[in-house]
Design a protein around this ligand. Structure first.
Ligand SMILES: [Fe+2]
Ligand SMILES: [Fe+2]
Length: 322
């Protein structure tokens, strides 16, 4: 992947610096960002240095203090905006007993009421809209499960084993052909779209970039490990039924079987993953570290909120009443 197009003053400065030799003195300041879009693409690129990197960027930039400093400034904005929104949607828990956590978490996720992109695809979306959705979704699905992988070494025995069980499935159960990222890649190709990692990042909407950034942010900070797992729990718990709707919508529109298969795979897999994520990962972690309970809900909110914002933004562009 090559560096994406800059979207403002900060990303322009950052990408210009990244094309230089590492160690080149650069002055980067998150405060010069023009707007949310400029911040989102700059943060996305600074995170990608930790994933697959860029062909036009020397890998040593990953740990450059200059880049880390600008990343920290961008994360500060991301976190304070996220916490502000969460404060308005904090769960009203009647007890903080760990025994109630699973039920409270499932209830919190179920009570969340956002626009359903999957329902729209199931019954009404056009082929062009669905193609656009797949391009937007490719930014995440081509690295599906990777942001949660950062958390593995930070967990105690029980939650670690359970997270690895879930991740093993995401990574194909030992079969590269079943890797979820790869299933999506094959689906994109069959649908006549580009399947290289990051192929569509230049057209990614701000909510899509922000949703990717939130996952990397939670995954890369040890202090937010419980939020990363709460995000995972909400992601898995809101995937099975929408995946069935997506599969039906894609079939309705005559999309090739490979892309339908990606969603079919998630109908059953995520019905299992949601149980693992809530009961075997989040609950035992909070049992061991009770102060992490609120972070689990923060993470769950982050998932629901960023998914909503992506859906609402696209539906609005298409003139659909959500
Ligand atoms: Fe998956
Ligand atoms: Fe899953």
């Amino acid at each position: 992947m090559l560096l994406p197009k800059a979207r403002g003053t900060l990303s322009e400065q950052l990408f210009t610096a990244l094309r230089e030799e590492p160690g080149t003195a650069v002055v980067l300041d998150a405060a010069v960002a023009d707007d949310a879009e400029d911040r989102a693409i700059a943060l996305w690129a600074s995170y990608e240095l930790h994933y697959r990197g860029f062909e036009d960027v020397d890998d040593r930039w990953e740990w450059s203090p200059d880049v880390l400093r600008v990343r920290a400034g961008l994360e500060e904005v991301l976190e304070s905006e996220l916490r502000e929104r969460y404060d308005a949607h904090r769960p009203e828990r009647t007890s903080d007993r760990v025994e109630d956590l699973a039920k409270d978490l499932f209830d919190y996720i179920a009570a969340h009421d956002g626009p359903s992109m999957a329902r729209y695809v199931q019954t009404d979306a056009t082929e062009a809209q669905t193609m656009e959705l797949l391009r937007q979704k490719s930014v995440y699905h081509l690295k599906e499960a990777d942001p949660s992988a950062w958390v593995v070494p930070r967990l105690p025995t029980g939650p670690k084993a359970a997270l690895m069980e879930l991740q093993f499935d995401e990574y194909g159960d030992g079969n590269p052909a079943r890797l979820h990222q790869h299933l999506f890649e094959r689906g994109l190709e069959a649908a006549g779209l580009r399947s290289e990692y990051g192929a569509y990042v230049d057209e990614a909407t701000v909510p899509v970039l922000e949703s990717n950034n939130v996952q990397s942010f939670l995954g890369l900070h040890r202090r937010l490990r419980a939020a990363s797992l709460g995000h995972l729990a909400a992601f898995e718990a809101t995937s099975s039924i929408p995946s069935r709707r997506m599969a039906q919508g894609l079939e309705r529109l005559g999309f090739p079987d490979e892309i339908v298969e990606y969603y079919r795979e998630h109908v059953e897999a995520d019905a299992v993953h949601e149980q693992l994520a809530v009961r075997d990962i989040c609950v035992p972690l909070v049992e061991m570290e009770p102060t992490l309970a609120d972070d689990v809900f923060l993470g769950a909110f982050a998932c629901l909120d960023t998914e909503d914002r992506q859906a609402r933004d696209l539906l609005e562009r298409w003139g659909v009443d959500a």
